[in-house]
Design a protein around this ligand. Structure first.
Ligand SMILES: Nc1ncnc2c1ncn2[C@@H]1O[C@H](COP(=O)(O)OP(=O)(O)OP(=O)(O)O)[C@@H](O)[C@H]1O
Ligand SMILES: N[C@@H](CCO)C(=O)O
Length: 322
């Protein structure tokens, strides 16, 4: 469960007096997510989410994330909005952590997405890419090539504890990606973590996107590759080409991928599989036993990485290539 930092009622009530957020009626920790501590609040003004930002979020990045939510929302993307305090600030502090109050988004995330949902996700991702155009702030992707190397340096020596041969395999993969990483593809603001648990649906209708705390400036097609990894594989590790086709069709209908972006997808997908493998591996090796968080399996992403390694062209993802 992702409540790393506990809060008490007295401090929470004092925190709420800084906002126009009504009187506190109840609150509880949310048992999902792995990055930040989240609480659901019921106040006389309605439901709100309180987020306390934890280890992987740099305080100096918060104006980018919170400003982006404002920008996207003003361009018609349904995403949570941070509430301003009476003094106008979007960020406060609670229990010694940076904290924000954000609007509650109706909907549920899908445990078993179908191809029709993948199409909606593709459309929403492309819509977000277009809507983020004109956002004035910039944030480099801290989890691209350099970030992967830093993370790997912290885990490499113990990687074979998880699976024999891993140190050699991942070392070789990093060397390959360093040489093959695409340059010059269209860039913009990417979500960078658009997994099923960050997309809400009401019935079969996509109702909103959450969790912009990895958003950054990078290649737009890299975000597409993240979604292929997160939405289009089955529990048994197989790639579902029907889902891939639907996701890519949905994306193309709103923002057509260029021939260069399509050609780069297999390498981008290797990179994004490696990115989630590395953060999961690091957490796997460093999260103490008994911590109140469900550790995610790094090997799931090693299998995806191995799949992409043998993909010859984006046609194998379900996309017609020229
Ligand atoms: N604005 C919101 N409206 C409704 N529910 C929300 C909202 N923000 C967060 N939640 C709830 O909190 C859970 C965790 O939120 P979130 O995904 O932002 O956490 P995280 O720790 O950053 O997780 P992740 O592992 O995806 O990075 C969500 O699955 C959802 O149930
Ligand atoms: N979506 C990520 C967790 C948040 O970074 C994962 O599944 O590994």
């Amino acid at each position: 469960m992702a409540v790393y930092t506990d809060i008490n009622e007295v401090d929470l009530k004092a925190f709420l007096t800084q906002y126009d957020a009504g009187e506190l009626m109840s609150y509880k920790g949310i048992a999902e997510g792995v990055e930040n501590s989240n609480f659901l609040l019921h106040t006389t003004a309605g439901s709100l989410i309180l987020t306390l930002y934890e280890k992987r979020v740099e305080k100096s990045d918060l104006p980018f994330f919170l400003g982006l939510m404002h920008h996207l929302s003003s361009r018609g993307v349904n995403c949570p909005l941070p509430l301003p305090r009476h003094d106008g600030a979007l960020l406060g502090e609670l229990s010694g952590r940076p904290a924000a109050l954000i609007t509650f988004l109706e909907g549920m995330w899908l445990r078993k997405p179908e191809p029709a949902h993948c199409r909606e996700v593709g459309r929403a991702l492309a819509g977000m890419h277009i809507a983020s155009d004109g956002f004035a702030l910039r944030r480099a992707n801290a989890l691209s090539l350099d970030g992967w190397k830093t993370l790997w340096a912290k885990s490499a020596g113990r990687a074979d504890e998880v699976l024999s041969g891993l140190e050699e395999e991942i070392g070789a993969e990093l060397a390959f990606l360093e040489g093959a990483w695409p340059k010059g593809l269209p860039e913009g603001v990417i979500h960078a973590d658009l997994f099923p648990d960050n997309v809400f649906f009401l019935g079969d209708q996509l109702s909103g996107l959450i969790d912009f705390y990895f958003a950054c400036n990078d290649m737009l097609a890299y975000d597409v590759s993240i979604c292929l990894n997160a939405w289009c594989f089955e529990k048994d590790g197989s790639y579902n080409i029907t889902k891939g086709m639907a996701l890519l069709d949905g994306y193309n209908a709103v923002r057509p991928l260029s021939a260069a972006e399509i050609a780069a997808l297999p390498v981008l997908a290797r990179g994004s599989a490696l990115r989630f493998f590395l953060t999961r591996l690091y957490d796997w090796l460093t999260t103490p036993e008994g911590a109140l968080v469900v550790k995610k399996d790094p090997i799931e992403y090693l299998r995806k990485l191995r799949f992409h390694r043998q993909v010859a062209s984006a046609a194998e993802y379900g996309l017609e290539t020229a």
